[in-house]
Design a binder for this molecule. Structure first.
Ligand code: FES
Ligand code: FES
Length: 174
């Protein structure tokens, strides 16, 4: 085995110190070392989005990234977005719109939606809008589906996931 690396990770506004095998993914560091099991492991290969967290406000597949690369970053997981008494607007929208069934993909969906709404706010084009020369991006259902296409739901709860995200966007609270 490789010698352990001592690293600091800023997760959910808390500085953690841990020793990890340098090959440890950010996902495994969160789940196995910090016991933050809200972030899920689906494929472990960058294909499902279950492991999505926010790194410096941007959505990242934590299974594809090494923990040792993130010492200077601000990481937010589903546990850091809100709690049952203080839900994040996107969390509340998923509850209100029934945006889940088994719930396994939900933490990743919600973190991804938070990052996606920030991308829209910043005017980032998607594949669907790349040829549209407009600073205002209409967040249609098709646009939401395109932008959330990295997050797979095996229960196919997509209609309600889209409704939750659209509701958040229209409420302007994200
Ligand atoms: Fe990371 Fe599937 S577990 S993308
Ligand atoms: Fe079951 Fe999405 S709610 S995988």
């Amino acid at each position: 085995t490789a010698p352990l690396s001592a690293i600091r990770l800023n997760v959910n506004d808390h500085m953690w110190r841990l020793e990890v095998d340098p090959r440890t993914s950010l996902l495994d560091a969160l789940r196995e070392h910090l016991r933050l099991s809200g972030t899920k492991k689906g494929c472990d290969h960058g294909q499902c989005g279950a492991c999505t967290v926010l790194v410096n406000g941007r959505r990242v597949n934590s299974c594809l990234s090494l923990a040792v690369m993130h010492e200077d970053d601000e990481i937010v997981t589903i546990e850091g977005l809100g709690d049952p008494d203080h839900l994040h607007p996107v969390q509340r929208a998923f509850v209100e719109k029934d945006g889940f069934q088994c719930g396994y993909c939900t933490p990743g969906q919600i973190c991804s939606a938070v990052g996606m709404l920030a991308e829209v706010e910043a005017g980032w084009p998607s594949h669907a809008t790349a040829d549209v020369a407009s600073p205002h991006i209409a967040l249609t259902d098709a646009e939401i589906r395109e932008r959330m296409s990295g997050n797979i739901c095996r229960c196919a709860a997509y209609p309600n996931i889209v409704a939750a995200i659209r509701g958040t966007a229209e409420g302007g609270t994200a």
